[in-house]
Design a protein around this ligand. Structure first.
Ligand code: C2E
Ligand code: SIN
Ligand code: SIN
Ligand code: FE
Ligand code: FE
Length: 390
């Protein structure tokens, strides 16, 4: 008989709030972007996953197609692990290309044999008690399977992974796939940073009813407006990556306010306004170019050309050009989309508003670029229109 004694976690933890999740991603993202050693990367990524979903253990496995083995690094000073590609739950997950979710390894019929010769056999040697398990595959940019994330035992009172954990680890796994791919192909730091930004943008959006395409459209609009306003190709590309994060501070706004179907009270709008300073606070400490730009945009995208905006009441060119551009992109998109609190506007009405607000809310130069490149903007709106959703 093996020992079924449950190892009691020292403290039971509570799932993270979105802001804390972002903090974890930021902290790891900077370390990951600076890391070129594969083994070190695997450890960092495993740790990031472990902290995000609050699992006791987390391992990142890479599929080595040359040797047909699973490769992993589990600790400093311990040689990397190598297993036959088909082995264990990870092998199953990779072969099937689907996540595996197990509530209790000792009472699971589907993977009984795999578990008995794998995790349970291992427990017998070590005295560990494997209970909840989650294995999630990840892919390279061509869609080929690269490996899998494996998380064991949830450290909250429930002791089980949730659908949310699955979603979060899936996002992290997607990011890990891209980062590892670049690591394997001699490292493309800028690309990695783009992935980080999109991962963060998506986490922000989980909470608001704005869909994933909002950030994509704002990115593309900002790019066209930046070029139209005479910025360099390089700056336009930088803004395209940074502008999707303008509303990242909304992660800290309470649901009742963020998703309120009607008009906000004055007090609620005051709370909402804080998304600018909160976003700035999340981003401002980075020394990276992209995140610095994102911090400025998050902070200033609701400032107005005539000085009546928030949070600082900046005026004219006191407002950074990136924020003046993103403001036009954001409002164009907000007006053209259904929101929980309003229906989408007709194009004519939107154009009227920009004409009226030229030199009031918006920088006249950017409004001119808006009018000049409107057809391109509409093409983007068409290409990234909303998916039919529930
Ligand atoms: P958002 O929905 O992304 O809107 C961004 C900006 O687009 C708004 O910034 C505003 O400048 C413009 N905009 C959006 N809808 C309208 C509209 O119907 N009329 C006009 N004239 N402009 C519009 P703003 O006003 O600073 O709002 C910031 C954020 O606060 C909004 O982001 C939204 O999340 C929230 N919000 C604003 N008003 C309401 C409201 O009445 N109800 C709810 N539930 N949320 C609101
Ligand atoms: C990055 O942009 O690579 C990570 C974030 C940071 O440096 O803080
Ligand atoms: C697996 O079984 O999931 C592969 C590694 C392990 O035995 O846990
Ligand atoms: Fe905003
Ligand atoms: Fe927005």
């Amino acid at each position: 008989m093996h020992d079924e004694r449950q190892i009691e976690p020292v403290t039971l933890l509570k799932d993270h709030e979105p802001q804390a999740l972002l903090r974890i991603i930021f902290d790891y993202a900077s370390k990951i972007a600076d890391e070129r050693r594969l083994d070190q990367l695997l450890l960092l990524m495993a740790d990031m996953g472990r902290q995000m979903v609050l699992s006791d253990r987390c391992t990142v496995w890479l599929l080595d197609k040359e040797t047909n083995e699973l490769y992993s690094k589990v600790a400093h000073g311990v040689p990397p692990l190598r297993l036959p590609a088909g082995a264990g739950l990870v092998g199953h997950c990779i072969a099937a290309g689907k996540p595996i979710f197990i509530d209790d390894a000792y009472h699971n019929d589907e993977f009984k044999h795999v578990l008995e010769s794998g995790a349970i056999a291992m427990d017998r040697q070590t005295g560990y008690r494997t209970k909840a398990l989650m294995v999630i595959p990840f892919y390279n940019t061509d869609g080929d399977i690269m490996g899998a994330y494996q998380a064991i035992n949830k450290l909250t009172a429930e002791g089980q992974f949730s659908v949310k954990d699955l979603e979060q680890l899936t996002l992290v796994a997607a990011y890990a796939g891209k980062s590892l791919e670049s690591a394997l192909l001699s490292y493309e730091i800028e690309e990695t940073q783009k992935e980080i930004i999109f991962t963060m943008g998506e986490i922000g959006e989980i909470r608001s009813k704005e869909t994933g395409n909002h950030v994509k459209r704002v990115a593309e609009y900002s790019y066209i407006l930046a070029l139209g306003a005479g910025l360099s190709q390089e700056e336009a590309e930088l803004l395209k990556i940074a502008s999707p994060m303008h509303d990242i501070g909304k992660v800290a706004i309470p649901d009742e306010v963020l998703n309120k179907p009607g008009k906000l009270t004055e007090e609620e709008f005051e709370m909402m306004k804080a998304h600018t300073t909160i976003g700035y606070g999340l981003l401002k400490n980075s020394s990276r170019r992209i995140l610095k730009a994102a911090a400025i945009v998050a902070h200033q995208h609701h400032e107005k050309w005539n000085g009546t905006g928030y949070p600082q009441g900046l005026k004219g060119e006191e407002i950074h050009i990136y924020a003046r551009i993103t403001a036009v992109a954001d409002v164009f998109d907000a007006l053209g989309s259904d929101r929980v609190y309003k229906k989408a506007w007709e194009l004519e009405r939107i154009i009227d508003l920009f004409r009226e607000e030229r030199g009031r809310h918006f920088d006249p130069r950017i409004v001119d670029a808006f009018m000049e490149y409107l057809l391109q903007l509409l093409d983007i709106r068409e290409a990234y229109s909303e998916d039919i959703h529930t």
